[in-house]
Design a protein around this ligand. Sequence first.
Ligand code: NAP
Length: 305
Amino acid sequence: MLTVPDCVSSLGPKRGWLLLLAIVERVRTRGPVVHPIGVGLDAQDRFVELPAADAELVLDPARPTGWSTSDEALLPDSTVSLLDLFVPLCVGTRAPDMVVAHLAQTLDGRVATNSGSSQFISGREDLTHTHRLRALFDGVLVGARTVEHDDPRLTTRLAPGPNPTRIIVDPTGRLPASHRVFQDGDAPTLVVRGRGQATFQAGSHVEVLECDVTGGWIAAPTLLEALAGRGLRRVFIEGGGVTVSGFLDAGVLDRLHLTVAPVLMGSGRPSLTLPEVATIDEARRLSCRHFSLGPDILFDCELKR
Ligand SMILES: NC(=O)c1ccc[n+]([C@@H]2O[C@H](COP(=O)([O-])OP(=O)(O)OC[C@H]3O[C@@H](n4cnc5c(N)ncnc54)[C@H](OP(=O)(O)O)[C@@H]3O)[C@@H](O)[C@H]2O)c1
């Protein structure tokens, strides 16, 4: 028996995802979508722009979801959620330089145990979400402690799409070259270090990017500027808590994706840590949308840069 989505629309979630990848490529090569345009995929799944009336989707940066269609009722719910979640990362003036961070945290705001164990706090759906974010960005950036504890690969194994450049922030050059990102050659890899560190014997896919370090820290705008100089303008910050907090505190994030899993840890590495506030009035109250990701809830917070 055919499922309802198969009967009524050709823009199922798989083609919807291919369309999103094509929209990002269009933004990279031809600039941001700042006015409504009709888009779709042709019979060979190639990206096409066409009049709104004939289009599968109209990209419209003025709408909170960034898109519309002549008959939304014909789209499967899964496609609508996919577009609602990801189109805002692909349209508007900020799209070519967008910086987005994601963390998966427990109900009590932890991203790992004190010993560094974090796999996996959130469920399969959130893991897929993370891989999709990787595919939509030029670079995926993590802090040194994440590489130390997780030895991640930072590739798009759970979502069709290109592997982003892996960016590892290791200011003192303390990470050994034996970590997978420095050895496996699956994606170009940049290790960001302070100036004048010892030589690094990693694979030929690894480059060192030297930045100024002040008080042990590389200012987030300096880091983003250096990455943009390497053509890495759309940057996804994948963790951990210290790294994401630094970018959030510097005011350089366009969006924060916080996935909250129904897990209590009661101890562990904190999610976000920001300068202390004395009263509730001083706390930041964010404009957020919510999405169900299996057992978890994703808070998609729009931030002003
Ligand atoms: N749940 C999740 O979503 C998630 C995601 C990723 C990781 N994790 C877990 O989180 C834990 C690690 O998180 P964490 O918060 O402890 O550490 P982290 O953010 O992974 O790494 C922090 C370290 O990265 C370097 N760093 C990052 N940004 C920098 C900057 N702008 N300037 C200079 N140095 C910078 C510094 O290295 P130095 O210490 O060398 O100065 C800093 O101490 C791991 O256990 C991992 O498993 C969880």
